[in-house]
Structures are given as C-alpha cells and as structure tokens.
Write a protein that binds this ligand. Structure first.
Ligand code: ZN
Length: 399
C-alpha cells in the first residue's frame, strides 16, 4: 500500500491545495521572469543615431541643468550651427514617446539637415524616461521597426508618461507650478503638463526646467514641440500657437494647406496650464508651436494595438467611428501611415522656418536637405535614415 493511500481525506485535500499553490507560484514566477527580461531589454535598448552632415556638436540636457546630468532624462541635444549669423530654432520630439512620428521627424533633422543660416537645436527624446516604458495593460508593442534601403532600424515604443520607476508615487492631485491649477494625478509625469517646470520638482518637472534653461542659455528664438494625436481628439492636424507665434503659424498653415496638405492653426488657450505652447511663451517669451499629426493607434476605439497599426495607421474600428461622425479627422482604408505623419511634421517645421525667416530676416534660420511631405510619402521614412554600421564611429551616438 502506498503512503498516499494511508492519508486521511482531509490530508489529501490539504496536499492537493498545496500542490496547486506551488504550481501557481511556479507559473507566476515564470511569467514574471519572462516579462521582467522583456521590460529590462526595452528599458536598456539603445537606439543608434548617426550624426548627419549638419551636426556640429552634441551636448546633453544635463549640460544646462546639472541635476539632470546622468539621470534617465539626460537626453542628447544635437546642435546644427551654420556658422552664419541668424536665429536659433529648437525642435523636440519625444515629449510623448507613444507618438513615434514626432521622434522620427526629429531624427530626420539630425541625420539629414544642413543649416545655412542661424542654428538648429534638436532633441529626439525630450522625455527619455517615458520612452523606456510602454502601456502593457493596453498591449502596446515594445519596439517598432522601420525598413530602410540597407536593413531595418529598430526603435523603442514609449508611453505618454514618464516611467513610474523614475517618478513614484504620484500625488493624489497634481497641482501645477506656478499656476496652482489642479490636474490629473498622473500628469505630474506628463512632459506636456509640467511646463515651465521647477528645479526642486519630480523628474518630469525638472526636465521641463532643464529645457527652459537650455532655451535661455542658447538664446532660442522659436520652439517647436512635435506630437501626434488620436482622431477622436479635436486638436489634430494643426499647429497650436502661443500668441507670440500666431502670425507665423497662421501664415505657415495657409501656405501648407495651399501647397502640400491641409493643416489648421489654433491659439493656445490662455487658461490651460502646463502645456508647452502656453508656458514657454509666458515664462520666457519664446514663440512656441505645437504640431499635431493624426495617429489612429492612440484612438480608444482602435482594434489590435500592434506594430502594424502603429506604422500603417490602418484600423477598421477607427474607420467605423468616422462613419458615425465621431472623429475630428478623416480616415479611409489608406489609414495614416508613418511616412505621411513624418512628412507632415518635416514640411511644417520647414515652412515655419521659412515664414519665420521672411518675417525676421535678422534672425533667419535656413534649413536645407530635409525631405518634405511628398518625398517622405513617396520614398518612406526609412529612405532618409543613415546606416550606423557604415558611419564613422565618432559620428554615431546612442539614445
Ligand atoms: Zn502628444
């Protein structure tokens, strides 16, 4: 007779429960280990960036505010100096790293632009922390891949908010500084709700403070903050402008609409605080433009939230919402491909610089060799990305 047969029914029951508990712990551990490895690999993945012909210097954000030095948000700051007198433009992608068209457009500037008058300063990951986490609860992909002529470039997909590993816990209510406006608790980790920032705040507030110090120290004349938006949101396919940027934004929107694609212009609301297009102008008087391109991936009614949707912008559920008049932008079976979105940003940046330079000839910024909308749409984003393996070692940096 086996010992098990000797067990009383109660002991047998206890042993069964113990076995299932041990099994549950083993399965849980296995899932934790697999997920943990994936989270670790994503957080530590380094994107190569090839310094294009126009890049004359690479600094980091911590050079402008030492408390950021060596932190997760000590992002690269690319300086493209023509050596000729003129103005200075500052363009950032990655305010919200779940909007990849923004970072890719900034990358196009770094790898392609030649500046022949004034200076261009670029950040690809303005909130690096938010690019080291996605939204696993919403099944975001961790990476996305852009095909090129010579292979594939791999990028981190990110989230809207800084990584909780870098900023925790959130307050019950986020009280914006200095307006004291009360905002949603998680927006204390939203780089577009923490402007103008403060030196003693949490990491996202400190990052905005550092970006403001950069603009002051580099005497920036105009600031462009790149974004993408869901089609269910009214602020889309538009340039949101601080009142100091409004004349240039209006002219840029009119010419782009006549020459390349429809894009609107709207005024930054005076009483909505924490946003770049409000606070940067109010705090330090730098005219600020926020650009929004359509990204169906962000829509709540979307279907499968994968890399396919991220890159093609094709989704039958978002189309259905459009049929019911629930969207602020059109969508059909062609979707909103990443090439179209990046092309829109590129052309809008170039047009703003062109109009700015006409209006302010003494502070002109002339940018050449950046592909415009029609070119990116035709040849694809990847066509304009350089091969890190072929570039000289001292011309490759990592994000
Ligand atoms: Zn955004």
């Amino acid at each position: 007779m086996s010992p098990k047969r000797d067990m009383s029914p109660k002991r047998q029951e206890t042993s069964k429960i113990l076995t299932s508990k041990i099994l549950a712990v083993v399965v849980w551990l296995a899932v934790m280990v697999v997920a943990g490895i994936q989270f670790y690999q994503h957080r530590n993945f380094k994107e190569p960036v090839v310094l294009g012909p126009g890049v004359t210097q690479v600094k980091t954000l911590g050079d402008y505010f030492p408390e950021i030095k060596g932190t997760v948000n000590d992002c690269n700051i690319y300086i493209l100096d023509s050596g000729q007198p003129g103005g200075t433009f500052f363009v950032v992608g990655g305010t919200h790293p779940e909007e990849p068209g923004a970072s890719l457009s900034a990358l196009h500037l770094v790898e392609n632009a030649r500046v022949t008058q004034g200076r261009l300063i670029v950040a690809i990951h303005a909130n690096r922390s938010a690019s080291t986490v996605t939204r696993p609860g919403e099944a975001y992909p961790q990476f996305y891949h852009i095909p090129t002529e010579w292979g594939v470039r791999k990028f981190r997909m990110g989230d809207r908010w800084s990584n909780p590993l870098d900023s925790w816990p959130d307050p019950e209510v986020y009280v914006h500084y200095p307006s004291r406006q009360m905002l949603a608790y998680m927006d204390v980790r939203n780089l577009n709700r923490t402007w103008p920032g403060r030196p003693g705040g949490l990491i996202t507030e400190k990052t905005c403070y550092a970006l403001i110090q950069l603009m002051k120290q580099e005497k920036v004349d105009a600031f462009i903050d790149l974004h993408e938006a869901e089609l269910e949101y009214s602020v889309i396919s538009t340039i949101v402008a601080h009142q100091t940027a409004a004349p240039v934004a209006a002219m840029a929107s009119m010419t782009l609409t006549a020459e390349e694609f429809p894009i609107g212009m709207e005024f930054s609301p005076a009483s909505l605080h924490g946003l770049s297009h409000r606070e940067v102008g109010d705090a330090i008087g730098v005219p600020t433009f926020e650009l929004e391109a359509p990204e169906p991936f962000l829509d709540r009614v979307r279907g499968a939230t994968g890399e396919y949707l991220l890159l093609t912008g094709k989704d039958e559920f978002v189309m259905k919402a459009g049929e019911h008049g629930l969207l602020y932008e059109k969508i059909d079976e062609n979707g909103w491909p990443i090439d179209v979105r990046v092309g829109r940003h590129n052309s809008t940046i170039l047009k703003i610089a062109e109009v700015w330079s006409q209006v302010n000839p003494d502070r002109a910024v002339v940018i050449e060799n950046v592909p415009r909308y029609a070119e990116v749409k035709e040849k694809g984003v990847g066509y304009y990305l350089l091969n890190p393996a072929e570039a000289p070692k001292d011309r490759v940096v990592y994000e």
